[in-house]
Design a binder for this molecule. Structure first.
Ligand code: ADP
Ligand code: ZN
Length: 565
């Protein structure tokens, strides 16, 4: 009898221990496997690299009768996995163009005999009729699509071969499909689901309709993004000409933590020239530091990453070219000298700190001048020419999310988990970021400030709610601080009870408060010719006092005079 998730949950644990030598599932692994074996049958697992996604298809593949097909982009990874499975006595193989012809045919006959539990192949294989036919004739237990974001056409890792997968799924009609990725944006998730045919495109066929019976909605399991050992911090610094930045003072201070206890640091800079300058500055301060970027000769790059891995270097100052395959677990600090291109890029890069689980920190240095630099980078195509307008717009949109992160002044971890949709792991005011730290310190030294900031947030939200979309940000700010002018009068904003709720603050400060509200998703701008702010459902909850705002407003906001009642 085929094992059922609901019937025999214990059998999965025994299988994990006996066949894989692993003592227990991570909770989300069990969730994914049970969904796949149970009713969902179409499951997308989103978890960080190294999270343990392979088990989510390997365990069901072993538990179910028949053969599982795993589509994976890299031959070296397939080889590693097949070797590991064989070592555990699980019959597995892979198909690749690098195989000698006879070996390929031998594996094909074994596949037809049903000799394998797990068969790995690159999606290119799906173009071979012989291969597809052999798979179609075998008793297919499931299809797993590894690195599923390679199907996303605008993504960094797009592989045209991946577009074959949707069609192949339609033909093979496997009873279960699992897709895995570490790419967590909602947009990417939706495109994966659409291109796999799990949700038929408008008017199109799609796997579900081909099979007659409608499939249940696909399950998305997104977990494991929390990094509680990572202390996150954003620090505003001066512009590019600011000495503090380029003599590396802020940097050295941030890196100080890498020295004791022993450990390493990675500094990311936006430009090649930037990496050279910063590496120089750090060497001047007595660090063993090297610059690393794609403009260096391959042997120089290999030498640097080798030296870093062998602990001969303290610090590598790099563009985003550095990181793939760098698995030095004792990186204590990752500093971003400029903000990277997106929250995803940031979290991936900062995530290289503290892989050993010991405390580590990520410091993002930010200057308003970085916005213009990134704006120019967004407009450049990968070939150095102009980017297509829609690519530039998308890149800019992703960067603006990162600006929201900088602006939010609320718990950094919660912000990122919210962005990825992994709120289940929210730490609820973590204690491991600059904002939570400052809030905790202030609640001891000056408990009133915390309450005052919360009060300011709630009052500003009430103002936005009262304005009911009648005015843009500038006018709402004028209303909040209690200005009186013709435009306010004409819109009746001067007669609202919220006129002057932030009296005592100036217009710029009220704008800062509104930006904080926006960054936290408590208000949103309408997508119209003259965008106006509206309060969001999350904003209502904060306004009503159901959820504490837990933000740290800029310190230079003056204490608001309490208005006479
Ligand atoms: P991913 O595909 O998500 O990048 P892998 O599946 O390659 O990650 O797993 C990374 C490592 O974690 C592997 O060495 C794997 O054996 C280990 N691992 C996975 N799940 C567990 C678990 N439940 N307990 C302990 N180790 C695990
Ligand atoms: Zn926090």
């Amino acid at each position: 009898p085929s094992p059922r998730a609901d019937g025999q949950p214990v059998a999965l644990d025994a299988l994990l221990q006996e066949r894989f030598g692993i003592s227990s599932f991570r909770p989300w692994q069990r969730e994914a496997i049970e969904a796949l074996l149970g009713d969902a049958r179409r499951v997308l697992v989103v978890a960080p690299t190294g999270g343990g996604k392979s088990l989510c298809y390997q365990v069901p593949a072993v538990a179910l009768p028949g053969t599982a097909l795993v589509l994976s982009p890299l031959i070296s990874l397939m080889e590693d996995q097949v070797r590991a499975l064989e070592a555990r006595g699980i019959p597995a193989t892979f198909f690749a163009s690098t195989l000698p012809r006879e070996e390929g045919s031998r594996r094909m006959s074994a596949l037809r005999r049903g000799a394998y539990k797990i068969v790995y192949a690159a999606p290119e294989r799906l173009a071979y009729e012989g291969f597809l036919a052999a798979i179609a004739e075998s008793r297919l237990s499931l299809v797993a699509v590894d690195e599923a974001h390679c199907i996303v056409q605008w993504g960094h890792d797009f592989r045209p071969e991946y577009l074959r997968i949707g069609e192949a799924l339609q033909r093979l009609a496997p009873p279960r499909v699992l897709a895995c990725t570490a790419t967590a944006t909602l947009e990417a998730r939706e495109e994966i689901i659409r291109r796999l045919g799990w949700r038929p495109a408008e008017g199109g066929g799609g796997e579900a309709q081909e099979r007659g019976a409608p499939l249940p909605a696909p399950r998305v399991i997104l977990r494991g993004f929390a990094r509680p050992n990572l202390h996150l911090e954003v620090r505003e610094v001066g512009g590019p000409k600011d000495a503090a930045r380029f003599t590396g003072r802020a940097l050295v201070e941030a890196l100080g933590r890498a020295r004791a206890p022993e450990g390493a640091g990675i500094v990311y800079a936006a430009t090649r020239k930037g990496t050279e300058k910063l590496a120089d500055a750090l060497r001047g301060e007595g660090w063993r530091a090297e610059a690393y970027h794609a403009g260096l000769a391959p042997e120089v790059r290999a030498r640097i990453s080798g030296a870093f891995a062998e602990r001969a270097l303290h610090v590598v100052v790099a563009t985003n070219a550095f990181g793939m395959g760098i698995d030095r677990a004792d990186v204590r600090v990752v500093v971003h000298a400029q903000p990277p291109s997106s929250i995803e890029a940031y979290y991936q890069e900062v995530g290289r700190a503290g892989r050993d689980g010991a405390p580590a920190s990520g410091v993002l240095l930010f200057s308003p001048a970085d916005i213009a630099l990134r704006r120019r980078m967004c407009q450049l195509g990968s070939d150095g020419g102009d980017a297509a307008p829609e690519d530039a717009a998308r890149a800019w949109q992703l960067f603006r999310e990162l600006l929201r992160y900088v602006d939010a002044r609320s718990c950094r971890h919660d912000f990122i988990l919210r962005y990825f949709g992994d709120e289940a792991e929210s730490l609820g005011g973590c204690g491991h970021c600059d904002v939570c730290g400052a809030l905790a310190a202030r609640s001891v030294s000056d408990p009133d400030t915390v309450e005052r900031d919360s009060d300011t947030v709630r009052r500003a939200l009430a103002g936005v709610a009262r304005a009911k979309g009648a005015a843009g940000m500038q006018l709402v700010a004028s209303m909040l601080v209690g200005e009186s002018n013709e435009r306010l009068r004409r819109l009746g904003l001067d007669r609202l009870s919220t006129h002057g709720v932030l009296a005592g603050q100036n217009h710029a400060e009220a704008m800062t408060v509104l930006r904080v509200l926006m960054a936290n998703g408590w208000i949103d701008l309408t997508d119209s010719e003259f965008p106006v702010p509206l309060i969001t459902p999350a904003g209502w909850r904060v306004m009503r006092g159901e959820v504490p705002p837990r933000v740290q407003l800029p310190r230079d906001l003056p204490k608001r005079r309490v208005r006479a009642a």
